[in-house]
Design a protein around this ligand. Sequence first.
Ligand code: TH1
Length: 853
Amino acid sequence: TGKEVWPKGDEKVWKAGMRGVDQDVSDITKSFVNHVQTSLARQAYNLDNLGAYQAAALSVRDSLLVNWNETQLNYTRKTPKRAYYLSLEFLMGRTLDNALLNLGLKDKYRKGIEALGFNMEDILEKERDAALGNGGLGRLAACYLDSGASQELPLWGYGLRYQYGIFQQLISPEGNQLEAPDPWLENQNPWELPRLDVTYEVRFYGQAERNQDGNGRATWTGGQEVLAVAYDVMIPGYKTKTTNNLRLWESRPKRGFDLNSFNAGNYEGAVESSNSAAAITSVLYPNDSTTFGKELRLKQQYFWTAASLQDILRRFKNTGKPIAEFPDCKILNSMASTHLSDDPSDAAIQLNDTHPTLAIPELMRILIDEEELSWDEAWKIVNNTFFYTNHTVLPEALEKWPVPLVEHVLPRHMQIIYDINLYFLQAVEKKFPGDRDRLARMSLIEEGYPKQVRMAHLACIGSRKVNGVAELHSDLVKTTILKDFVEFEGVSKFGNVTNGVTPRRWLDQCNVELSDLITKTLKVDKNVWLKDLTKLEGLLPFAENKKFREQWAAIKQRNKERLAHHVQSTLGLTVRTDAMFDVQIKRLHEYKRQTLNILGVIHRYLTLKGMSPAERKKSNRKVVFFAGKAAPAYYIAKLTIRLIVNVARVINADPDTKDYLQLYFLPDYSVSLAEVLIPASDISQHISTAGTEASGTSNMKFCLNGGLLLGTVDGANIEIAEEVGESNVFFFGHLTPAVEDLRYQHTYHPVPIEQKCPGLAKVLDQVSAGLFGDGAPYEPLLNTIRQGDYYLLTDDFDSYIAALAMVDEAYLDRDEWIKKSIRTTAKMGKFSSDRAILEYAESYWNLEPTSIA
Ligand code: TH1
């Protein structure tokens, strides 16, 4: 039904002028040199690695664009149902290597680039990370886009084009985290396509007047209007033409300046509105799993959802498809008649956590006030369109917006939220008559001063389905934060999609040698197992093969050397590589318990100190790595960093122990640093208090690369253990059902730490006493454990130390360890993000793959 979009003029001339995807090394060098010559206006003789990176990126981008254009044209013509992934964060990392892999052009580019006198690895290193995210949630979104394109799904991402990504982390001489801005767009970004013609207006503030005729409509006027401008990022699928789109919005002032005030001599007032418009997409909020109730954050959320919905609706109108059930809908006025019977929605919109929840009242507003649908019609469309993924049950991470703030910034949306609440609570009252407590618990509005809008409740009742991100977490969602909603709406609305990671970036790219060994061993083309990761099971029998084990171990060793080399060249520190590498890398957070890890390291240090030299010689050598950022205002998390850095300083310099225990805090954790750390790990730590880490995704990446897991019975750790077998993971600590009880005990029957956990008490005392520099600054951190101990360190410390001892013991039998490592990788098939995205497509979005011939 789509219209033919052939341009003016002679078709043949057009076709002759079109380029395809570069296929020969000669095409590649030609396009590279052309870009040096023209786009970069540089000379061959003074082209440095950065320039070479830029030329390579521009030439790869040309090839991506060929596929991208074809994909988008194909979608426009075939009008398949589409899914949209709304995420405030996309933690993309570097693009060049991934684009080359997915295009299948890596070897050819290597050859071409070498012929021009450059080294591929040096060039790849020049790319800056696109770090528009905090941690797991943003990286998950990036993995899902990769898998969506690889599985040929019509899946688009929508996000914000922040001027500044997550801050750069610096460590001061005292060991404190300092933050510096991340101006990632400083050098122009070859991976985005400005779409200066794709713009929408977005309103803030002003007045909302309900219409007199009682039809529920209102008019919203006045206030501030800003412009959303689209920037498109190409998302190539692996070994397919499908190249999807990630659309990022930039805010701009609607008018450059206000002429009236300019003429009146009020220069500052005139440029003021332009300043505040640009501010909306200036910076990513650096909080992971905590809320930060700032007006600008609310404006970001609305700006992005409003622009995205206008874009989605415009595209929908262009398809010419009516919604059979709503023949009067003005949206459909100009539409041909294709019937969509059992699937009334033509677009599925996935809400990545509650951050885009304003899309729900915004779509209501558009359908009611602008398209003149009735409330019930509008609500039905809304309910068929949205899907909500919850990523945390931590109370401090559940978004709530003060009613007065929402009323001020989005007056019409506040009315709509109240209306939704009214109808909703009427229905609850009907089902549970007279249950006032239940009404208060379920209301979209939390009573108090001020009243607050509960975004998770709004996301839940506005969506068709709700899911958590690992089995345990999804159960917790159903039994804790959304329990009442399960009772009211039925359990079938609530599901689970266990997270996944893309094996392209997180194995093939970051661990080239291991990927090659796997391909050789499985005797299939690497495309096969990289697209069906369950094929890794074919490695299982090779765990019994001595030669294979040696190759496997040798690769791990070279990855350790690569990491050591990286630390040497960036920090000037010498890491020994004849030791077990123990890694914990993730955002700093009390619930993730980096503090438990560092206190365990101190315990190990004190134990080593207490040994005779002969005893020490028998102990396992170990290097412990930490990396991760703390939210700038998270005082306790920052103290943990300070402690790690200062402990490292002392123990790395101690001649008694430094051959047996080394400790490093690697600053400025990022996707590209993770790509070096993960393949080098023997053991990694995922040690959150049970029930607090919804899933975790780096646990999957480590295990995929043959690292073993030391963890609590939490999040996806549980499912990893189910796959690889409990004998191949190291579990410790209390289980989720015990946590509530333990916390109760802490509050009402506290036992002094010296009595409860003497080993830990001794460690804390050493810190206080100044073993790692003045102890006073650490008191607030230590007191979180001595008093209250909300994250249960005193309950889990002894079993943690016991688990570490088991890790040491297991490592002594190197052969058996390598077998565990091989078996772990072999059983990681489930954790491909391809599996996860297909679950969303099939069980949630009703979306089918569309091949771009
Ligand atoms: C994380 C979860 O903590 C983690 O367990 C999970 O693997 C990951 O999401 C992906 O599902 C979250 N990140 C955020 C970030 C913000 C708010 C809530 C969460 S939960 C800003």
